[in-house]
Design a protein around this ligand. Sequence first.
Ligand code: ADP
Ligand code: MG
Length: 685
Amino acid sequence: MSIRPDTSVQYLKGIGPKRAARLAKLGIRTVEDLLFHLPVRYIDRSNPQPVSAVKIGEETTLITRVQGTNVRRTRKGPLVQVLAGDSSGQITAVWFNRPDLQGTFKPGETLLLSGQVTFYNQPQMVNPFFERLDENPDFFKSPIFAVYPLTEGLGTWEVRRAVARALDDLEGMTETLPRHILDKYEFPDILAALRAVHRPQRMTDVNRGLSRLRYEELFFFEILVGFRRNALEYAAGGQALEVEGSLTEGFLSNLPFQLTGDQKKAIEEITADLSVPRPMHRLLQGDVGSGKTVVALHAMLCAVQSGRQAAMMAPTEILAEQHFAGWQGILAETGARALLLTGSLKGREKEENRKRIAKGAVDMIFGTHALIEENVEFGDLALVVVDEQHRFGVLQRAALSAKGEVTPHVLVMSATPIPRTITLSYYGDLDVSVIKEKPAGRAERTTKLAYDSRSAGVYRWLAERIERGERAYVVCPLIEESEKLEVSSAKETFEELKTFIKPSRMALIHGRMKADQRSLAMQRFRSGEIQVLVSTTVIEVGVDVPQATIMIIRHPERFGLAQLHQLRGRIGRGPRPSRCVLLLPSGLSPQARERLKVFAATEDGFKLAEEDLRVRGPGQIMGTRQHGLPDLRIADLLRDRNTLEAARDDAFSILSEDPRLSGYPRIATTVRRRHSESLRMLGVA
Ligand code: ADP
Ligand code: MG
């Protein structure tokens, strides 16, 4: 059969169903996927070195003959040793933890070794990359030679052969980028680029090929973002709201504080959007504690004074309750009727609330995912607010919007501070308002590291502070596999703390508690009746008790930095200085400790998010998949920032001139072939 880009890899000679299944683990299903699976490094053997010329400490590649082999038993398992050399000298190669290599090297065979040279009696290489050249005569065909990331049960040779076959037999792989773009950047065409990265003649070929492929990945990514934006812009409806009126005026004049300049600006931007008959799609971004809620409430009141409804969806019940309860006083004075809808409301009350929402007997609805359940209907929904939007998928956001008869205005809020270029590339379909300024009157917050082995000292210090009337969170380790374990570790911490602090001053709070018990505990903490809240990560987002000044986090190494920053954001919200203590377990790796040190020294959420982005990739941080966008495999949002911006400009300018891509069949077919899943999720299939 002919090999086409969308042919399944299992039809490549030498692959078959078993190996295809292994490739699928790397996300490789089609021939095109395989061709975009790029080498991790290259071995340049254009000028092979004699063994005698190796330098200790350098990376080098040698072609040697095996002279002898040996296996030593060690406590950690067998150690495979090979004595190899050429006419000029000798070198030892050793492999730890590779029992599979025992007895496989034969004296006399030709062996390529590549790795760093160390010294132990004589030059040696530890766990070098190797190739058995007698078995792979193809090797000599190419001066530079690609090494692929491996997966269990798939050798680099197997991948290389499959790639070679695909490159040789490929039919119908037509150019994917428009001519003007190829010309603009002097990119090689698609096949030349693929050949250059998989079978280069010179290392400079690799770079030329790579820059095109990176650009290409980002370009199609941005085409998807652009599609999503267009889908929103062309969405029907949208109705203007009354942005000036007695409710918003009353609300603003009753606030117990002065709005910051950034808050005012965000309010202006939002009211400008709301006052025209086109649905708003705005992202309100601001570091933890910057005061986004009040801006959102103002927008909601615009809907109410237009005689319509507004809903705010939060990712946790605690947060929904807080929005509802915390602002009830001020909202009540405006005359707006507010109500709470969460999963744990009792049957009758829930039913009652649902009826009131449907009849339009309430104006402002606060809730959780419960808001998007099928049986929830709104009388007249004009504005949707999604708090901590990174906790929701694109589908959930859409589900809430779909509750409006006419497309409602949408405001999404996020505290994950993402570098601007990247925000634009992910949320290119949203307008962005940013709150940078912190509200006035916030005292300093410091973060310190301490060792778990010294926890008694930390807890004694905590007890002293509690004695003086301060309030604290003690956050228990994140245990991703099991909420149950997480809860039991929180209980343990609670028991441990009893030796230091009177139990009557503490409460435990976690995700498996009944909702009313949990809100009671929150309530008591808020009022100061208790002073220590021992909690799991349920308090991660949004919880707002300005009097809390201490946070102790156990096993901070289990959290991402952005997540730790969110947690830490629970303190430092009031006029008293506050302190966060990270309790490190013993045996933490130097890298992990370094990362936490950086965290302790940095208050800038943007910097931390970048660091996270670098270490963990964007998918983890922003839920790429949930946003309907594919994971990036070749390009890197941080490293390739400039390329990203170029790709975005190019993609958007094509789409603004030709939204359906009718004049760009290459782009259109490529997107459909490569990103059918994203297209479906984005609802533009
Ligand atoms: P976030 O942006 O993290 O959602 P919140 O909206 O919860 O932050 O606000 C954090 C705290 O700051 C709340 O207690 C809120 O009432 C208070 N706050 C908001 N704006 C101001 C302001 N301009 N001045 C003083 N306090 C403010
Ligand atoms: Mg918030």
